[in-house]
Design a protein around this ligand. Structure first.
Ligand SMILES: Nc1nc2c(c(=O)[nH]1)N=C([C@H](O)[C@H](O)COP(=O)(O)OP(=O)(O)OP(=O)(O)O)CN2
Ligand code: ZN
Length: 150
């Protein structure tokens, strides 16, 4: 069985050297979808009976480890030195420095790498992170799939 929990956050980014408007500093209302696969729990009296994982617990992990860290932050590529230097000069600015250019593809893959070990076998029901889908805009998204990241 598969289940999906959706979370949303706001963040700034830019794609340095990009031919379009995306090279300018700008932001998005990102939508993160976390899809898990596992057996439906069927233990009498268990709070999670009938579930793969409680949606609240799915949310809590993604919120703590990705959403709260990226929300209202500027996501910047480590190699984008002019912007890194500028952001570092702002007192107490929430900046997340990434080893990859913050495209939808790279952010989805980064979120997958962060979250995969946190969900693995959390409930002893062969639970696995299957997919992280990241919408950069309502019309543009990227999927980081389990099959591609192992
Ligand atoms: N493969 C990718 N292509 C682009 C990415 C990306 O992450 N991966 N990112 C961008 C820009 O950052 C921008 O977010 C996309 O802007 P745009 O293409 O204008 O998207 P919209 O949904 O606003 O476009 P509409 O035409 O208004 O629907 C660019 N490319
Ligand atoms: Zn963008």
């Amino acid at each position: 069985m598969r289940i999906t929990r959706k979370l949303e956050f706001d963040a700034g980014h830019r794609i340095p050297d990009h031919k379009s408007q995306c090279r300018h500093l700008h932001g998005h209302r990102y939508v993160l979808e976390v899809t898990l696969a596992g057996d439906v729990i069927d233990v009498e009296g268990d709070s999670n009976r009938g579930m793969v994982m409680d949606f609240a617990d799915v949310k809590a992990i993604a919120k703590e480890h990705v959403v709260d860290k990226w929300d209202h932050a500027f996501l910047v590529f480590r190699g984008d030195t002019k912007v890194v230097d500028f952001l570092n000069a702002l007192p107490d600015h929430k900046t997340v420095i990434l080893d990859l250019i913050p495209t939808a593809e790279n952010l989805a893959a980064t979120a997958f790498r962060i979250l995969e070990p946190l969900y693995r076998d959390a409930y002893g029901n062969d639970l696995k992170l299957e997919r992280v889908r990241l919408y950069e805009t309502p019309n543009c998204w990227a999927d980081a799939m389990r099959s591609e990241t192992r």
